[in-house]
Write a protein that binds this ligand. Structure first.
Ligand SMILES: Nc1ncnc2c1ncn2[C@@H]1O[C@H](COP(=O)(O)OP(=O)(O)OP(=O)(O)O)[C@@H](O)[C@H]1O
Length: 532
């Protein structure tokens, strides 16, 4: 190996360099660096030198300061196979690196390079690089925290002498990159376990993140997708989140539940059960199974390019009974009947005079309905007033085959029936506003209660309770939350969102919906089964 000498200039206002557990802020400001000029002298070949000098000249014409210092003489005589001299000038941008002491050798090494940070963009500092000197001061026998004052002392530039790490990994191709959708909110400022808050990435449920490193079992590195300024930082790993939640909440054995379907009032069109009854039923159900569900962490997602021949994604609307799911659905249908369609439910009750077969319901005899149950043809079904009611998978297929966007409203526990690549559901949760706004908006609009003598105040409280339970239990499946306070505003928001999805060429969907091989699909999303 020939000795390699690299000189890298950075501009920076605030010096920064930190280490694992020593991500330092010596002057209450972060120490930061940005690469500016790369000047390379090498014994490897004249042509490389010439190209690099050309780069240097080009950059130099932009009159960057300061001027390059002469190459230190001792570097060329260095015994090491290759040595890098990296000179950094302060800037506002964080370096995006941490250091640690290698316990076996005592060497100070670069522990992490955050994707998108100055160090990463320079391409000249890598994980595993050994830091030999800072500003000519040897780092031998020093601890990371002792290095910080050396860095803080530097006024305009910091010079590192580095022994490069032996192996460098190749940049993964787009297909090899790992993208996930976060299924929970994460705020590092509220996480006492994070090794370094400044090096962490905050996110909200639904954000798409690119995972750039899973080497550490506890802290992965990730950056936000679609944000060009996003730098990689630490996020809790899938395993760490699961363990943390499971330790906090003892696991409750799952209970076999019969077919408890919260038949929506509008679905059964019969005598209206009070929300209080329904809320109590929902709570009983959710208490029974809640503890058995694995805590949702991240789901692997991939870009989905919708081809013109592809069917539109199924739109699933969920929300507590009475929140306005049907009202929103009705408005969507009126706004664009050519684009949107709804399924026709099955029932075993008698057809009423004003109803038509195949329009209001498919009226079928009891034995036929029960055969469909046994064939698992229903997404959701239940009985009310001695009659069966159900929404079948076939009716969703029929509507989607017509080329329409099928609007389906089901209890959130039924989302799993359609959470497949053939339906690619886009799930919208319709949420009630705060109770004060419910009072105002619903009374003003001559709100329809379940029972004549029902107390609307109780109904509002139950609706909010039920919405909270649904969000806690199924929130990770919701692509979008629409708060239905003022109906016109909620409708506008929903329509705009569905138009965006309708027109979008690229969407992020669970990886198993795009995997060609079922084995791949199972591997990528095998952990999801327990979540839905
Ligand atoms: N934002 C709103 N402001 C005022 N009234 C509303 C609003 N949203 C819905 N409503 C009214 O509330 C009543 C219940 O709405 P809707 O039938 O759509 O509820 P739902 O969620 O479909 O419940 P279910 O399926 O049990 O009928 C209807 O009379 C509807 O017009």
């Amino acid at each position: 190996m020939f000795p390699l000498l690299l000189i890298l200039y950075y501009y920076s206002k605030f010096p920064f360099f930190g280490g694992e557990m020593y991500f330092v802020q010596p002057h209450s400001e972060r120490l930061t660096f940005i690469p500016n000029v790369v000047f390379l002298q090498t014994k490897l070949g004249v042509s490389r030198c010439q190209s690099l000098l050309c780069v240097h000249d080009a950059v130099a014409q932009r009159d960057f300061e300061p001027a390059l210092p002469p190459i230190p003489d001792d570097v060329l005589d260095d015994e090491e196979d290759s040595v890098k001299i990296v000179s950094l000038v302060k800037t506002k941008e964080p370096l995006g690196a941490t250091i640690k002491r290698d316990e076996s050798t005592g060497a100070i090494v670069v522990a992490r390079i955050m994707k998108g940070g100055a160090a990463d963009k320079s391409g000249l500092i890598h994980e595993g690089d050994e830091l030999k000197e800072v500003n000519g001061v040897s780092l031998q026998h020093r601890k990371p925290k002792e290095i910080l004052p050396l860095l803080a002392r530097s006024k305009s530039e910091v010079k590192f002498k580095i022994i490069p790490a032996l192996c460098t990994e190749e940049e993964p191709t787009d297909k090899e990159k790992l993208f996930v959708r976060a299924l929970f909110d994460y705020d590092p400022s509220e996480d006492p376990t994070i090794p370094c808050k400044d090096a962490a990435v905050a996110f909200k449920r639904g954000d798409v993140l690119q995972i750039v490193s899973t080497e550490d079992d506890t802290w992965w590195q990730a950056c936000h997708v679609g944000d060009s300024n996003s730098r990689a930082g630490l996020i809790p790993s899938h395993f760490f989140v699961r363990i943390r939640i499971l330790l906090r909440k003892p696991c409750v054995k799952s209970r076999v539940i019969g077919n408890i379907t919260g038949l929506r009032r509008s679905f059964r069109l019969g005598r209206k059960a009070s929300w209080a009854t329904e809320a109590a039923r929902f709570r009983r159900w959710s208490t029974g199974v809640h503890g058995s569900i694995c805590p949702p962490t991240y789901i692997e997602v991939m870009r989905y390019h919708r081809e013109p021949k592809d069917r539109h994604r199924l739109v699933v609307l969920v929300g507590p009974s009475g929140v306005g799911v049907n009202e929103l659905k009705r408005r969507l249908l009126i706004s664009n009947p050519d684009r949107y369609g709804v399924t026709v439910p099955y029932t075993t009750r008698e057809k009423r005079r004003q109803e038509s077969e195949g329009v209001d319901y498919h009226f079928v005899p009891v034995h036929m309905f029960e055969e469909l149950i046994l064939d698992h043809r229903f997404i959701e079904y239940g009985s009310h007033g001695g009659h069966y009611y159900g929404t079948s998978l076939d009716s969703v297929h029929r509507m989607m085959a017509e080329g329409k966007v099928c609007l389906l409203d089901v209890h959130p526990s039924k989302i799993k029936r359609v959470y497949t690549s053939e339906f690619k559901p886009y799930v919208v949760f319709v949420k009630p506003p705060c109770i004060e706004e419910l009072r105002v908006t619903r009374r003003r609009a001559k709100f329809v209660c379940d029972e004549e003598d029902a107390n609307p105040e109780e109904n509002f409280e139950d609706m909010i309770d039920m919405a909270e339970s649904m969000e806690t239990q199924y929130g990770h499946l919701f692509d979008r939350v629409i708060v239905n306070g003022d109906i016109a505003t909620a409708f506008r928001a929903l329509r705009a969102d569905l138009e965006r999805i309708y027109e979008a060429e690229i969407q992020w969907v669970p990886a198993d919906w795009t995997c060609s091989s079922p084995a791949n699909a199972r591997r990528s999303c095998s952990h999801l089964a327990g979540w839905i």
